[in-house]
Write a protein that binds this ligand. Structure first.
Ligand code: PGA
Length: 250
């Protein structure tokens, strides 16, 4: 089954509105007409009002790095899905390892956010991945299966089609250490098998699984050559227009 790849930029807590605008002025012409894969940007919420209008009518989708699962309420510092939708956002990351590590996000919270995104028609990109100690202890498969099963609790095959997964080994994020294409391929197979167990072979065969963790212009081609890798979630190398455009055009 052919899956349309998604190449996504996670800008994390970088860029001012002026810097985001300068990025887009350079980036959008570089990728105009590039329809082979989908492209998405995940800027900070404060940048959405700059980035979304600038990307309107282009081939670039925009989303949040995090959303709250409640519709609205007294949740200081959080962003609701309704707020994201109201400014034209279409995607959201869920359960990025930095959210899990620094903001105590658990599989249970990830699951609530996934349900909220699916209900609202926002494309969820659910991130999973093992830390170094887990890999070294031979627990990678177990950790990935637990995270996928936790995220997907109560999700049926009928509503699962929009879900995108991202495998991001935590030891590869921002470290310059990339999983080898073979390591990523093996992890993706584990994840896809778990999706098949939970939701059936059809959903598993069509679900996109991105790879993230030190993806760069010079390693993206070998990663994307793996049949199990359906796109990339890019942090550091997505901050410069020429670098992210080179990744999009691998
Ligand atoms: P990196 O980040 O490309 O800087 O390793 C990836 C991510 O955290 O999504």
């Amino acid at each position: 089954m052919s899956r349309k790849a998604l190449i996504a930029a996670n800008w994390k807590m970088y860029k001012t509105p002026a810097e985001a605008q300068a990025f887009l002025d350079a980036f959008l012409p570089l990728v105009a007409g590039n329809s082979r894969d989908e492209i998405a940007l995940f800027p900070s919420p404060v940048l959405l009002a700059t980035v979304i209008p600038a990307c309107k009518g282009s081939n670039v989708a925009v989303g949040c790095q995090n959303i709250h699962f409640a519709e609205e309420g007294a949740y200081t510092g959080e962003t609701s899905i309704a707020q994201l939708k109201a400014v034209g956002g279409t995607h959201t990351l869920i359960g990025h390892s930095e959210r899990r590590q620094y903001f105590a996000e658990t599989d249970e919270i990830v699951n609530k956010k996934l349900h909220a995104a699916l209900k609202a028609g926002i494309v969820p990109v659910v991130c999973v991945g093992e830390v170094l100690a887990e890999r070294e202890a031979g627990k990678t498969a177990e950790v990935l299966k637990t995270q996928v099963a936790g995220a997907f609790a109560g999700v049926s095959a009928e509503i699962a089609a929009p879900i995108v997964l991202a495998y991001e080994p935590v030891w590869a994020i921002g470290t310059g250490k990339t999983a080898t294409p073979e390591m990523a391929d093996e992890a993706h197979k584990t994840i896809r098998a778990e999706v098949a167990r939970l939701l059936g072979d059809g959903i598993a065969a069509s679900m996109r699984i991105l790879y993230g963790g030190s993806v760069k212009p010079d390693n993206v081609s070998s990663l994307m050559a793996q049949p199990e890798i359906d796109g990339a979630l890019v942090g550091g190398a997505s901050l410069k227009a020429d670098s992210f455009a080179a990744i999009v055009k691998y």
